[in-house]
Design a protein around this ligand. Sequence first.
Ligand code: F3S
Length: 62
Amino acid sequence: MKVVVDGARCTGHAQCNVAAPEVFTLDDLGYALPGEIAVSHDTEPAARRGALACPERAITVE
Ligand code: F3S
């Protein structure tokens, strides 16, 4: 599984990082680092929670 952070949609709510800090990394301004993130089986539930937590729907799960 992978998740994709759309940097154009991220406005820095940081809820993804709160839900899954092991998956979503923030930059110095509090925006999620954009792009594809490979997710291990163990961290899939956290990654899904992080994606759902984003109010901008900036994260897709693939
Ligand atoms: Fe950005 Fe959404 Fe996370 S706005 S910082 S991807 S919660």
